[in-house]
Design a protein around this ligand. Structure first.
Ligand SMILES: Cc1ncc(COP(=O)(O)OP(=O)(O)O)c(N)n1
Ligand SMILES: Cc1ncsc1CCOP(=O)(O)O
Length: 539
C-alpha cells in the first residue's frame, strides 16, 4: 500500500457524488464530468463501478484520486478494499452483503473512512456497534440506478426519519441515497429530521449528476438547496416563522385579522381534492371567505394547477383519487404551495392507514395536518382515542397539547386538533382556540369546511410572503407563517359559526348551514379581533 492519508480526513458529507461511468450521457467523458461536478459543489466522491474488471476499476480509481486530490475532495471506493488500498483512496463504502466491517478495519489503515449502507433500525444498531464512520440510508425513493424492487428496499422519507431517530446521540453522520433529485431534495432534507431534531449530514446522488449533460449546473442546483436549507432557521416543524417565545395571543389574533383581509384581497386559488359528500359545501365556504375554489382530482391536471399560487387541500374522506392526491401534493411541494392534509376517518380502516402513512405522507410534505382526536390519534399511532367511521369516540386526549406537539415533530408540519377547544402547534408553541358552536357538530362536513378554511388562509399567507420577499426560497418548502395561518382558518370558521347560531332565522342544523356560509362571507377582521378566544403556550 502507498501512503494512505496520515490523519482521518474531516469529511463534508453534504453533497456526496457516487460515480458510475455507465450513466454518462453521450459526449461526456468521466473525468470531465467529475471535474465539472466538483466545480459545482460536490464535497465527497465514491467510485462505484459495478461492472468493471479489476484493472479497469483500479485505473479509474487512480484517476479519480488524482483529480480529487487536486480539489481536496476525499474519495471512497465502493465495495473493494483492495482497490481502496491500491489507489490510496480515503476509505471504502460497504453494503450489507459486503465484507464485514471488522475485517475491513483490519485490512485498512487506522485512518481509513468506512461507510456502511443501512435500510433498517437493525442495520443502524449494528453500524453503531461497529463504529463505522458514517451510514448511507436508503433507498429513499425508487431509482433506475440500482435494483430496489424487493420489499423493504425503498424506505421512504418516513423510514429515513425513524432510522435517524435511532442514530440520535450516536454522533454518526448519515447521508440519504436513492432517487434524490433537485426537485425532491428539499422534501428529503425537510422530512429527514427525526422528532428529536436529529437530521441528515448530506445526500448521495448518482444519476442526477452523472447522467447530466451539465454536471456542474446539476451539482450547483443541489448544493444551493443544501446551503439554503442549512442556513434556514430551525423552528421545530419549520412551517412557523418565529421561535416559540415570540408567539402571543395578541399576535395570533392580529395575524388572523390581517390574513382575513389578505384572503379577500388576494383571492387565493384553493385547489381541493375532497370527498363527494362535501364538495359543493366546501367550495361555497371557500368563496364566502374570499378564496377561489377549484375541485380537481385528475392526476393529469395537477402539474398545471400547482403552478398557480394558493393552497392545496387533500381530504381523503372517500379515499378515491389516490393518483390525483399523490400527484397534487408532489407538485404542490415542487411549487412551494402549502398542502393541508385532512386524513378523514384514517383510523377507520387499514386501507386508509396505508394510504396515509405509506403512500401520501411518504410522497409529499404537508404544511398542515388537521383532524379530530381519532384521526390525529391514528396518525401518531396512539390508541387513546377510538374512532367510529369518521367520528371520534369518548372525551378526547388527556393531554391534547402533547399530542399536537408530537404530531408536528413526527410529521414535520403544523398540526391542528379540532374539538370544543382547537389545538394548533408547530411542535413547540401550542395555540388553543375556544370559539365555535355545538351546531357545527350537527351538520355533515363541518370538519371538511375547517380544512377548506385552513387551506384558504395558508394559500393567502404563502402568496403574501412570496410578494413581500420575492425570490430566494431555496431553503423552504413553503413561504409564510403556516402556524398563524392555520389558527386564522380555525378562527374564521368557529367565529362565523357562533354568529350564525345566534341568528333569529336559525332554528336547527338545516337553517344553520346556509347561515354559516352567509356569516363566513360577512366576517370582518374587526369581528375576529372582538371575538377570538386565544391562548398560547410555549414548551
Ligand atoms: C453513500 C452510499 N449509501 C449506500 C450505498 C449502497 O451501497 P450497497 O448497499 O453496497 O450497494 P452498491 O452501491 O454496492 O450497489 C452506496 N453505494 N453509497
Ligand atoms: C447505490 C444506491 N444505493 C441505494 S439507492 C442507490 C442508487 C442511487 O442512485 P440515484 O441517485 O441515481 O437514484
Amino acid at each position: 500500500m502507498a501512503n494512505f492519508q496520515a490523519t482521518k480526513p474531516t469529511i463534508d458529507y453534504s453533497l456526496y457524488l457516487v460515480t458510475g461511468r455507465n450513466y454518462l450521457p453521450p459526449g461526456k467523458t468521466y473525468l470531465q464530468s467529475l471535474e465539472e461536478a466538483i466545480q459545482g459543489g460536490v464535497t465527497l466522491v465514491q467510485v462505484r463501478e459495478k461492472d468493471a474488471e479489476t484493472a479497469d476499476f483500479l485505473e479509474i480509481a487512480l484517476q479519480t484520486v488524482a483529480l480529487c486530490r487536486k480539489h481536496q475532495i476525499p474519495v471512497l471506493i465502493n465495495d473493494r478494499i483492495d482497490i481502496a488500498l491500491a489507489s490510496n483512496a480515503d476509505g471504502v463504502h460497504l453494503g450489507q452483503e459486503d465484507m464485514s466491517i471488522a475485517v475491513a478495519r483490519k485490512l485498512l489503515p487506522p485512518n481509513a473512512v468506512i461507510g456502511k449502507s443501512c435500510k433498517s433500525l437493525e442495520h443502524v444498531r449494528e453500524a453503531i456497534k461497529e463504529k463505522v464512520d458514517y451510514v448511507g440510508l436508503g433507498a429513499v425513493y425508487t431509482t433506475n440506478t440500482k435494483d430496489v424492487s424487493a420489499p423493504g428496499k425503498v424506505i421512504g422519507v418516513k423510514g429515513l426519519r425513524s432510522i435517524l431517530a435511532e442514530l440520535e446521540g450516536a454522533g454518526m453522520p448519515a447521508v440519504a441515497i436513492g432517487g434524490i433529485k433537485s426537485n425532491n431534495l428539499l422534501r428529503v432534507l425537510h422530512g429527514g429530521v427525526a422528532p428529536s431534531g436529529h437530521g441528515l449530514h448530506g445526500v448521495a446522488v448518482v444519476s442526477e449528476i452523472m447522467a447530466s449533460t451539465e454536471p456542474r449546473a446539476a451539482s450547483e442546483r443541489l448544493a444551493r438547496i443544501i446551503r439554503s436549507w442549512s442556513a434556514s432557521p430551525r423552528v421545530p416543524a419549520s412551517f412557523s416563522s418565529f421561535e416559540a417565545s415570540m408567539y402571543t395571543a395578541q399576535r395570533v389574533v392580529d395575524s388572523a385579522a390581517k390574513l382575513l383581509a389578505q384572503v379577500r384581497e388576494l383571492k387565493p386559488l384553493v385547489h381541493q381534492i375532497t370527498n363527494n359528500v362535501v364538495k359543493a359545501q366546501s367550495a361555497n365556504a371557500t368563496i364566502a371567505l374570499g378564496g377561489s375554489p377549484i375541485m380537481a382530482a385528475a392526476a393529469e391536471e395537477q402539474a398545471d394547477l400547482a403552478r398557480i399560487p394558493g393552497g392545496l387541500l387533500i381530504n381523503f374522506g372517500t379515499v378515491e383519487d389516490m393518483d390525483g392526491m399523490l400527484a397534487a401534493g408532489l407538485n404542490a411541494n415542487l411549487n412551494r404551495k402549502p398542502v393541508v392534509f385532512d386524513p378523514v376517518g384514517v383510523g377507520a380502516t387499514t386501507y386508509r392507514q396505508t394510504c396515509a402513512h405509506v403512500q401520501l405522507l411518504n410522497t409529499w410534505q404537508p404544511a398542515v395536518i388537521k383532524g379530530n382526536a381519532a384521526e390525529i390519534g391514528a396518525i401518531v399511532n396512539s390508541d387513546e382515542v377510538k374512532s367510529q367511521g369518521v367520528d371520534s369516540l369518548g372525551s378526547g386526549f388527556k393531554d391534547p397539547a402533547a399530542v399536537v406537539r408530537l404530531l408536528s415533530k413526527q410529521e414535520r408540519c403544523i398540526s391542528v386538533l379540532s374539538g370544543p377547544t382547537d389545538y394548533i402547534s408547530d411542535g413547540s408553541t401550542v395555540i388553543r382556540l375556544s370559539n365555535g358552536h355545538p351546531l357545527l357538530g350537527q351538520i355533515t362536513g363541518a370538519g371538511c369546511m375547517l380544512g377548506t378554511a385552513i387551506a384558504t388562509f395558508c394559500g393567502a399567507a404563502s402568496i403574501a410572503a412570496e410578494r413581500a420577499a420575492p425570490g430566494d426560497a431555496y431553503g423552504s418548502l413553503v413561504r409564510g407563517d403556516m402556524l398563524t395561518a392555520a389558527a386564522a382558518g380555525v378562527l374564521a370558521l368557529t367565529v362565523a359559526s357562533e354568529i350564525a347560531a345566534q341568528r333569529s332565522d336559525v332554528r336547527g342544523p338545516g337553517t344553520f348551514l346556509p347561515a354559516l356560509i352567509d356569516e363566513l362571507a360577512n366576517l370582518t377582521p374587526e369581528v375576529i379581533r372582538q371575538r377570538a378566544k386565544v391562548e398560547v403556550d410555549d414548551e
